[in-house]
Design a protein around this ligand. Structure first.
Ligand code: ADP
Ligand code: ZN
Length: 435
């Protein structure tokens, strides 16, 4: 049976959700216009007044907010209330080198934690569970967000933070953790370490994992599910919108429900800014609906995905977003071809390799080069040199077929590629160093 944390909201009718969104949007726009000079100036420049926004249908009239705006306004320029009312600051992990600080009032934190609680319950969590939070704690939103959600659900919370993987497994065994929260790359590493320590999934009590904060493929999901003996759920969010829990997966595992009572999602064409019809692939844009300290209207996430309103068997009615296939910043243009690292990951896992890989892009004689380093599994490592060379050729051919450009594949010894305890860094683009 499907459980919900807040069934009346999570399963509300479309009309009810729209009524909530309309009412909250009008108030949020007024709040921003009154308190955030930076955005008021943007609205004035566009000639939009708060009175022009009467419902969700008027959303398109509002100006976008971008990462560049956040950088300009750093640190206090987008603050929506008196600092005295704020109780917390969190910051991005800086994946794209742009630091963002976000502020929270106690009400903002309560809502954020409720969103995370919805995700935990959707993954089958209840007060019977021991929830091991192995996202980093600190400025990064992963640890604090899931920690708060776990408390709200009433799980026995194990605030491990990331790192010290053998101890993670020891506690997991001794304290019978049933839910694991961390990045998918760290979950894969924990699965690998479990095996290295001589255990099987039968030696632990985990039943579910809530993994997010970075892109991961369906192939990787299956690998993690197998190595830990669990069902693996996706969770999405970004510091700007509070953190993880903006959307989360349900038992259907076909996209993440966006918490529409707190956020309005739009998909736009990243080049023209035009709002695209439902079902189109484009850049995800969020409008917060009830944030006090760090309200963001029409914030461009740079994440590329698709929204769907197809009826979900779980009973939840909120719109679903597909797994982001990587952010527009992650997209590599190699010899004029658009390449997402996730496409390479898909091929590797399909061909029986591990998620331990590294992509290196460089430029030689005015031509882009693409090198893919992939770890052999211990079983594969015993192959002869000739057999390995043959495997490299086959893998290069499979990647060429997916991408349309040919990489040089290097199969390397087991355990030679650095493991990730947080967000994995899998691309080194050396071209940026030369330009
Ligand atoms: P940073 O931008 O420094 O990584 P955040 O920690 O706030 O800062 O990361 C938010 C970003 O992480 C999102 O915009 C998105 O690109 C990525 N992300 C978060 N959750 C997921 C997920 N479940 N799948 C894919 N990408 C995700
Ligand atoms: Zn669902």
């Amino acid at each position: 049976m499907e459980n919900y944390y807040q069934p009346e909201i999570e399963c509300a009718s479309r009309e009810q959700i729209l009524a909530i969104q309309n009412e909250k949007l009008v108030a949020q726009v007024k709040h921003v216009y009154k308190n955030v000079k930076y955005y008021r100036d943007l609205m004035d420049k566009k000639g939009v007044k708060p009175e022009d926004i009467k419902s969700v249908d008027d959303l398109y009239k509002l100006p976008f907010l971008t990462k560049a705006d956040l950088r300009d306004a750093y640190p206090y320029g987008l603050l929506g209330c008196d600092l005295k009312k704020c109780v917390r600051i969190q910051s991005t992990s800086g994946t794209t080198g742009r630091r963002v600080v976000a502020f929270y009032t106690q009400k903002d934190i309560d809502i954020w934690e409720e969103c995370c609680a919805r995700a935990i319950v959707a993954a089958g969590g209840s007060n019977e569970d021991v929830c091991q939070v192995a996202y980093g704690y600190g400025l990064f939103t992963g640890g604090p967000g899931l920690n708060g959600g776990s408390h709200k659900v009433g799980c026995l919370t194990l605030p491990m933070s990331s790192g010290n993987t053998e101890r993670q497994i020891q506690f997991m065994r001794d304290l019978h953790s049933t839910i694991l929260c961390c990045t998918p790359s760290y979950a894969a590493y924990i699965g690998e370490t479990l095996k290295d320590m001589g255990y099987t999934p039968d030696d632990i009590d985990l039943k579910a994992g809530i993994f997010g904060a970075e892109p991961w493929t369906e192939e990787m999901r299956r690998d993690i599910e197998k190595s830990l003996g669990i069902k693996a759920y996706d969770i999405y969010g970004l510091t700007e919108t509070s953190g993880p829990g903006v959307s989360f997966e349900c038992s259907a595992q076909t996209g993440m429900h966006i918490n529409e009572d707190h956020f309005i999602a739009e998909i736009i064409d990243p080049d023209t800014g035009e709002v695209l019809p439902e079902g189109s692939k484009g850049e995800l844009v969020f409008t917060s609906l009830d944030k006090e300290a760090f309200p963001l209207l029409r914030y461009r996430t740079r994440d590329i995905c698709v929204l769907s309103r197809e009826k979900c068997p779980c009973g939840r009615t909120h719109v679903k977003m597909s797994k982001p296939m990587g952010r527009s910043d992650d997209m590599l243009i190699i010899r004029g071809v658009n390449v997402f690292p996730s496409q390479i990951e898909t091929v590797l896992l399909k061909e029986g390799y591990s998620v331990n890989y590294m992509i290196e892009v460089d430029r030689a004689h005015n031509t882009d080069t693409l090198d893919v380093y992939v770890e052999l599994t211990p079983e594969q490592f015993s192959d002869t040199v000739k057999a390995v060379a043959q495997k490299e050729k086959e893998l290069a051919a499979a990647i060429t077929q997916m991408l349309g450009i040919r990489p040089v594949v290097h199969l390397v010894a087991p355990k030679t590629i650095t493991r990730s305890e947080g967000k994995a860094v899998r691309v080194i683009d050396k071209r940026k160093l030369h330009d």
